[in-house]
Design a protein around this ligand. Sequence first.
Ligand code: GCU
Length: 602
Amino acid sequence: MVVLGLMQLAANGADLLTNIPARKVTSLNGKWQYIIDIYETGFYDYRYKERAENDPEAYWNTDVPAHSLDRKEHGYNDTYTLNVPGDWNSQADKFLYYEGTVWYKKSFDYQKSSKSNKLYLHFGAVSYRADVYINGKKLGMHKGSFSPFNFEITDSLLKEKDNFLVVKVDNRRYANEIPTLNTDWWNYGGIIRDVSLVELPNTFISNYFVQLAKPNVATNLIRGWIDVKNAALDDEVTIEIPELKITKKLRLNSEGRAIINFNAPKLIKWSLTNPKLYQVNITTASDKISEKIGFRNIEVQGEKILLNGESVFLRGISVHAEIPEEGRRAHTQKDAEKLLGWARELGCNMVRLAHYPHDEKMTRLADSLGLLVWSEIPVYWTIDFKSEEVLSKAKTQLDEMIDRDKNRASIIIWSVGNETPVSEVRTRFMKSLLDEARKMDPTRLVSAALEVNYHSEENMRWIDDPLGEYVDIVSFNQYLGWYGGTPESCRTANWGTHYKKPLFISETGAEAVGGYHAKTNQLWSEEFQEWFYKEQVAMLKRMPSNFVGISPWLLADFRSPRRNNPVYQQGWNNKGLYDQQGRKKKAFYVLKAYYDELSKTK
Ligand code: GCU
């Protein structure tokens, strides 16, 4: 029996804790003090040698002078504060383009409710590298701007009063990181998602995977595993779904894992029209945790995507994790409600969360709303594909994405990248990510947004990227009429693929400045974008029978340092159907009409 997924150690060996919102949490959100450190003075001495842990001039050590002659050339005070969570770029003009290190500091008091309990420090995401210290001691380091991580704060490090928590955040870009130097989005830096202290009993439920097995295995078979930390062999763990009157008592193996494998004959499957979520309770002698989980099947059968056995057409839209009116990273519940609300207004049943895992609030909300989700890691454009080290970084981010969201019914597709240039070494790199995704989670589909590689045969454009061999869904980005040709070019273009698989258009789009009105053949006008979408929609109506959906680029205008037309862009990519003020552009109504028509037929 294939056990679903493997536990993946997060950075520094601290297993990623699942379902933080359901835990005993003390939030460290709020104002943190900061030091901008573009020369890395807090980390290197004047000879650029890494400072020793007890170096009084290190920025992780106290800034309070021991006496009147104690010279301190660093310090934290309320003159310099940043809101956490939140990118720094949108909080003050001096940060807008800043790339480098900012030291964040937060003091807090903490008394554990029981001496034997454990205390973890959990970050929803820090962009890009985080070095975390408490009371002058290093807790650990994490890389990756969009995935959660946590470190244990042991008793030897924790004080009841005035814990000196310092996080060195460095958002500089490097060729050998994920993403690499060049992306079409803003390099937001900072502690961009929630920070929590999580208190747990000594023996605690650390992680679990509870999903429906694929229908070719059995119907209504709930499978997975539960991990309990610091437990003994044969300790008992109970999983119950009260609404289904299911209670299963399981035994832990020597690794502290219990295998879930039971039928739920009366189960109502999660669906788009009825996103049914069940309360799942997991308890041990010393710990308990609950979560709302939806159970559904997703599979590819021939050239169709089947949701609960029925063919589904994906009326999607691509979404960046940004709030356009404020030019900032999205991270609150209200942000999630806004973005997914806009997608629903558009008539979508699916969102492509590009090009990286969004805040967990987005995928949890998608579960409740009944929206399908494409979730992606930022293996974007020209990654250093020949490097084993870079592959390992990509796998870590893939594992962290899957580990965090593996119980989300809304997520049906894990994507391992976007528009990576075809080469042997790249296809090997990407295939090994696809294999890793399937190993971590055999219940979902895997894909990647391919660049529009095709060969022409008669009047067909055949998508033939070699990676198509290994994905479940052949997904490609085409911008016919924007990058190449004009919107008329859509009238004679026909797409297909010789891979006998579902064909999905993961991107198409054109820019328009919100509120700029001109003739249809005036680039950058709303009328041009509207015309572009009309021609695209007419072309989509000629797609072959294996066409399973589209997620146009994109929901809302977003910042990009690559977009420097001084009149029409000024550092923004305006392909949104919502503009920088959150207003609908004319093209919105073209796509909405197409989706409304589809919703009646597909
Ligand atoms: C690419 C890419 C997007 C980018 C878009 C564009 O396909 O995937 O990240 O923003 O095209 O050029 O606007």
